[in-house]
Write a protein that binds this ligand. Structure first.
Ligand code: ADP
Ligand code: MG
Length: 351
């Protein structure tokens, strides 16, 4: 097990900067998720830690040891990719044993490690099969098994569930979470999927354009997003935003808002340096709106989605601002209907 530390990490491809001054402390045994939209630099950052790319500048240590001059095989890491890249002509056993064979580990030890990994992944009965005779989920488990047998200090996962269908994605996600509880190894997991990030992580690192936007526990980021990007990225359906101006509270932790026919008082004010009269956006999560005939927010429903577990309604205000309402109950709202909402100011944010 090991901690991972990044200091002033930069990476450019040619003159395109893709990782900007990233500093991170990942604790021993922690499950950290790098999340952000496609192209924001998640894989590059993971590959820098793995040693598959060279740093442009900065330092990376694993278990208190600078690793910049070490090849991937000497860093104590094992990586699982989105594409399983199994050897089609080898059995599951030999796919899992392959890297250990290369390291010259004894046959008996290889046998023990593969058996142990297969047991953890509940695929002991599949060891003699070839990849072609496995389902997508089973293949991905072999890829994970291949990482487990190496006994790494740090597991690196790059979007390992992206090739699986929705049901299998959920099951495998649960398995990865159990696996981490069982092995307790430091894990860095890359995904563009905020649900995976929220459910798997001890700590989430939100990235945008190669820069860290916020680091923290899932609910901390959900409840106290440090900026509009994080607020909009985490949570489903996405947070609603309304344009307006700051009418009071500049320089304090809570502000007054006016805009789009709404007023709000004592709302969490995010970021410093906003003066009175400054353009500002009010953020309210769809789950935090409450149907209320006297509510100040009015919208006409343009789409009603009944998901069984939740109803999501898309609405548009008189001034053509779109927003969403989400409720765990099934609702008898129909398209074209006008609905009024209120909201608890303590659940809103000003960005
Ligand atoms: N080998 C490379 N050469 C040039 N550009 C690259 C290379 N690898 C990645 N990039 C660019 O770096 C940016 C970040 O890519 P990547 O780390 O793969 O993003 P993510 O994994 O978040 O989708 C993208 O703009 C991508 O096009
Ligand atoms: Mg990627």
């Amino acid at each position: 097990m090991a901690q991972v530390e990044l200091k002033g990490v930069n990476k450019s491809f040619g003159n395109v900067k893709v990782i900007r001054d990233v500093a991170l402390q990942i604790d021993d045994g922690e499950f950290v998720v790098f999340v952000g939209p496609s192209g924001c630099g998640k894989s590059t950052l993971l590959r820098l830690i793995a040693g598959l790319e060279n740093l442009t500048s900065g330092e990376i240590s694993i278990a208190d040891r600078p690793v910049m001059d070490l090849p991937p095989s000497k860093r104590g890491i094992a990586m699982v990719f989105q594409s399983y890249a199994l050897y089609p002509h080898m059995t599951v056993f030999h796919n899992m044993a392959f890297s250990l064979d290369l390291q010259g580990i004894s046959k008996a030890e290889i046998h023990n490690r593969v058996e142990a990994a297969a047991k953890i992944l509940q695929m002991e009965h599949l060891l003699d099969r070839r990849p072609a005779a496995l389902s997508g989920g089973q293949r991905q488990r072999v890829a994970i098994g291949r990482a487990i047998v190496r006994n790494p200090d740090v597991f690196l996962f790059d979007e390992p569930l992206s090739n699986l269908d929705a049901a299998l994605r959920h099951d495998t996600r649960v398995e990865i979470s159990k696996l981490h509880n069982q092995l307790g190894a430091t894990t860095i997991y890359v995904t563009h999927d905020q649900v995976e990030a929220m459910t798997l992580a001890d700590k989430i690192v939100v990235l945008k354009d190669g820069e860290v936007m916020q680091v923290g526990a899932p609910m901390e980021l959900f409840n106290y997003p440090a900026n509009e990007f994080v607020a909009g990225f985490l949570g489903s359906p996405k947070m609603n935003f309304f344009d307006g101006v700051l009418t009071g509270g500049a320089g304090s932790n809570t502000g007054k808002f006016k805009g789009e026919g709404l007023t709000a008082n004592g709302v969490r004010l995010v970021g410093d340096g906003k003066t009175e009269g400054a353009a500002i956006r009010l953020g309210i999560r769809p789950q935090h709106l409450v149907i209320d005939p006297d509510g100040q927010l009015q919208g006409t429903a343009t789409l009603v989605e009944n998901l069984g577990t939740e109803t999501v309604v898309e609405l548009v205000t008189e001034s053509d601002v779109s927003f969403r309402f989400a409720s765990p109950e099934s609702l008898d709202i129909t398209r074209g209907q006008t609905v009024s909402f209120s909201f608890d100011e303590s659940n809103a944010h000003l960005f």
